[in-house]
Design a protein around this ligand. Structure first.
Ligand SMILES: [Zn+2]
Length: 288
């Protein structure tokens, strides 16, 4: 009798439970982004690149593809996996503001846009606010991948302390972590050091120089820079005999694991909609 009444109670409440969970099954892209806006720890900026770049934000989301760049490979993988909302960290159309006026006659742009329209893909950029949220989601993911959690100095995500080692040894370890030898390194291979600065992406040479001028950075691990800026600054520093070095991982290497973390983070508050991470990996090759 007792079992029967429990069964009846469960039956009575089950439809309601289903009802409670149902709204997530039918979220529009706008509603997904509204959830993100609630979860970041910062205020949402009025002036931001974190906007919809393509598609109809009112469309129902069938699945979410998370990536660093919404390149043709990721777009096709998203379609194959029935993901119509793509959340990308970086621009889709080759410039920071995703301006497309100058691309109207570009065969590359036209083919990409036709694919996006044909498959009704909604692309949203998530850049400024994943960096502004505390802690910065991109750094959290990168530190995880690098395995540097215990090397953080006073809880910092930009300053790290290591056992004394040479630059050559340090770069070998990075090479294993990223399964790549395509880093650009400036500095003495035999230089011994303990203090490392981490600067992901492309924050600009002024930011790189501030790191290098700081006594807490002997080796800067960076994403990318123009060759006539940070490269030449650290080159001169090395030629002057200063104990400084830079390892350029490349922009994608330096941030991509942050979007993998973003995928897990989204899963904390978006249930029922499939969320998948798609890797760009290294898009160029090098002579060996
Ligand atoms: Zn970034």
């Amino acid at each position: 009798m007792k079992l029967l009444s429990i069964f009846i109670i469960v039956l009575l409440f089950a439809p309601q439970n289903l009802k409670l969970r149902k709204p997530d099954l039918k979220l529009s892209a706008n509603e997904v982004i509204d959830k993100i806006k609630q979860e970041v720890t910062c205020d949402w900026l009025d002036d931001t690149v974190d906007t919809f770049k393509t598609g109809n934000p009112e469309d129902e989301v069938t699945g979410i593809a998370v990536c660093m760049f919404a390149d043709m490979k990721v777009l096709k993988e998203a379609v194959a996996n029935k993901c119509n909302l793509i959340i990308a960290h970086e621009p889709t159309f080759y410039n920071h503001l995703d301006e497309t006026e100058m691309l109207q006659n570009s065969p590359v742009y036209k083919e990409k846009m036709n694919y996006i329209i044909k498959h009704k893909l909604i692309i949203f950029r998530f850049h400024d606010h994943i960096h502004m949220t505390q802690p910065d989601g991109i750094y959290v993911g990168m530190v995880d991948k690098l395995g540097w959690k215990n090397n953080r100095v006073n809880g910092s995500y930009t300053n790290y302390q290591f056992e004394k080692q040479t630059l050559g040894e340090f770069v070998d370890k990075l090479s294993k972590t990223f399964n790549s030898k395509d880093f650009r390194v400036i500095g003495d291979k035999n230089m011994k050091f303990t203090k490392v600065g981490l600067s992901v992406g492309a924050p600009g040479s002024a930011s790189h120089m501030r790191f290098l001028d700081d006594e807490n950075t002997e080796v800067l691990v960076a994403g990318e820079s123009r060759e006539w800026e940070t490269y030449q600054y650290v080159n001169d520093a090395v030629l002057q005999g200063k104990k400084k070095a830079v390892v350029f991982l490349g922009h994608i290497n330096s941030e991509e694991a942050g979007m993998e973390y973003c995928t897990r983070w989204l899963g904390n508050f978006i249930k029922d909609i499939p969320i998948k991470y798609f890797e760009n990996g290294q898009v160029y090759w090098s002579a060996k």
